[in-house]
Design a protein around this ligand. Structure first.
Ligand code: SAM
Length: 291
């Protein structure tokens, strides 16, 4: 019986055997605490009814813990040095497929239909490479796939932004992009000391689960653009940000004024005070009034 991949002794042995160093540029901070890995899989509620997509398996520490409970696991790893390592470390498991792939370039719909049978719930479980946390989450949300849940580790500060409510400093276009379609819950905090090498900051496990979208934008992509435009300069008013977003000269100031009046939004307010619903109404009105 070999010890868990995640155990510090085994991790060190694997790195030495393969002469591997950690690539900072790929966000390689490996978890070496089996209990925390189990807690992540617990938080995702993974069982034999689930097929799990993992992003960035590293040397397989989390992959192994997922595979012990899931039906099938598909793990996408960008670093080709790790592919032969994973073939060896995950050799005892017949329900894991590792694919060398940049997740941001992956056609996830196609990959999942190739590797999963469509008869199981699909979950995402991952310890994300931190340099691309937001792009990965947005990529996952844009696939049009209905994940049962997305349970991912990220920097604590990014987790706070994801879950932030209006009126707070952390609330911004990322909070809105995610909360528009997902419920966000921070499951627990993970201290930086359980990683090798140690990152500079603590991490958090975030649970994203799909929610019913109540206020529907007429045009989703335009809605996201309006949100970004309104947050362009956080400290400026919605009036100023909207003017530069819509292009100063072209904007009919009266129409803009009328719109904000109809929406009962003060021109002097700032984007951080608007709810997702209000942004949806705002984007819809811009389209409706052809501003
Ligand atoms: N799952 C392992 C663990 O928990 O110890 C490793 C997690 S480590 C934080 C992130 C992993 O993502 C690394 O293995 C890294 O090589 C991989 N990675 C980085 N960029 C990637 C990308 N664009 N697509 C797929 N994997 C990527």
């Amino acid at each position: 019986d070999r010890p868990d991949i995640a155990s510090p002794v085994r991790t060190r042995a694997i790195m030495e055997t393969y002469g591997l160093n950690f690539k900072k540029s790929l966000g390689q901070n490996f978890l070496t605490d089996v209990n925390i890995l189990k807690k992540i899989v617990d938080a995702a509620g993974v069982d034999e009814n689930d097929d799990v997509l993992e992003i960035g398996p590293g040397i397989g520490a989390l992959t192994e813990q997922i595979a012990k409970r899931a039906h099938n696991v598909l793990a996408l790893e960008l670093d080709d040095r790790l592919i032969p390592v994973l073939a060896e470390t995950l050799e005892p498991y017949d329900n894991i497929q590792v694919v060398k792939q940049d997740v941001l370039k992956a056609d996830l719909k196609q990959l999942l239909s190739k590797h999963f049978d469509g008869q199981h719930h699909v979950k995402v479980v991952a310890n994300l490479p931190y340099y691309i946390t937001s792009p990965i989450i947005i990529h996952l949300l844009e696939t049009g796939l209905s994940f049962d849940s997305i349970v991912v580790m990220m920097q604590k500060e990014v987790a706070e932004r994801l879950g932030a409510h209006s009126g707070t400093k952390a609330y911004g276009s990322l909070s809105i992009r995610v909360q528009y379609q997902m419920n966000v819950k921070v499951a627990f905090i993970v201290p930086k000391t359980v990683f090798v090498p140690q990152p500079k900051v603590d991490s958090a496990i975030v649970i994203l689960s799909p929610k019913e979208i109540l206020a529907l934008p007429k045009d989703e992509q335009f809605f996201f653009k309006v949100v970004k435009g309104c947050f362009q300069h956080r400290r400026k008013t919605i009036w100023n940000n909207l003017q530069s977003f819509l292009g100063k000269k072209k904007v009919n100031k009266e129409k803009l004024q009328q719109m904000l009046l109809e929406l009962d939004v003060s021109p002097k307010t700032r984007a951080e005070n608007l709810s997702i619903d209000e942004f949806v109404q705002l984007a819809n009105k811009i389209i409706e009034l052809k501003i």
